[in-house]
Design a protein around this ligand. Structure first.
Ligand code: CDP
Length: 226
């Protein structure tokens, strides 16, 4: 029997999913996949090529021309879009402002989910996103649903973005996170929702080490069973 372990981490925008997922993968020697980076790379392609998300034939044509590649160096996600390294550009505001609209498109989701399922088919994996425990790996052994106070989330994201974008404001980020959460939770196609068997982790007042220990305590019983 195939006994690989899947850890699915879902939750709201900028609540530390990828920080936890990376730390957990490093600790357990699992593969880490940042599914949000895939939607961000697709959104970047749409922006650059002026693809109209409402134009179905443009969307289908774009999907045929998008080739994503992932590699992880020291648990940092490196994404290439048609052989160009886009790992930094996908984190910037123009992509953040468009990604949830692109991620709501059914055909985009079907293609990304197919690729994500392939990545987790036979390996121990930690994947973070919005629909990992509900749509991508509904049978994942471990599901964590993360949340945190919206103001704390915006402050964390501000600290992350300021070095690359010194003019960005807390208000701008706060608005973007709220808007994406709204779009992600209300879209028709696999909206962000807690899987009924996901454990909630509110990390508003937790340090990174504390949240890692919490997650490890959930995963460890599964490692012993193997
Ligand atoms: O890091 P942050 O929480 O800001 O977002 P992300 O994980 O990079 O995801 C960016 C966007 O991609 C989200 O706001 C969603 O619209 C979309 N996404 C999704 O729809 N499904 C996923 N599994 C992952 C991301």
């Amino acid at each position: 029997m195939d006994s690989h372990i899947v850890v699915a981490i879902d939750g709201y925008s900028s609540c530390g999913k990828s920080t936890l997922a990376k730390a957990l993968a490093r600790e357990l020697h699992f593969i880490y996949v940042d599914s949000g980076a895939m939607y961000r790379a697709v959104a970047l392609y749409f922006i650059r090529n002026q693809i109209d998300p409402n134009n179905n034939s443009q969307v289908l044509e774009a999907l045929k021309n998008i080739h994503l590649n992932f590699h992880s160096r020291d648990y940092e996600t490196h994404v290439t879009l048609n052989d160009e390294e886009v790992s930094s550009e996908i984190r910037l505001m123009p992509v953040s402002e468009n990604v949830s609209t692109v991620a709501a498109i059914k055909e985009v989701r079907h293609e990304m989910v197919k690729q994500q399922q392939r990545m987790g088919r036979s390996k121990n994996i930690v994947m973070d996103g919005r629909d990992i425990g509900t749509a991508v790996f509904p049978n994942a052994q471990i599901k964590i649903f993360m949340t945190a106070d919206p103001k704390v989330r915006a402050e964390r994201r501000l600290r992350e973005l300021l070095p690359k974008n010194p003019t960005i404001t807390l208000e701008e980020i706060f608005e973007n996170l709220a808007h994406r959460d709204y779009q992600d939770t209300t879209r028709l196609e696999s909206p962000l929702v807690r899987a009924h068997d996901a454990i909630i982790l509110d990390n508003t007042d937790l340090t990174q080490q504390e949240q890692l220990l919490f997650a490890l305590s959930i995963v460890e019983p599964f490692l012993e069973k193997k």
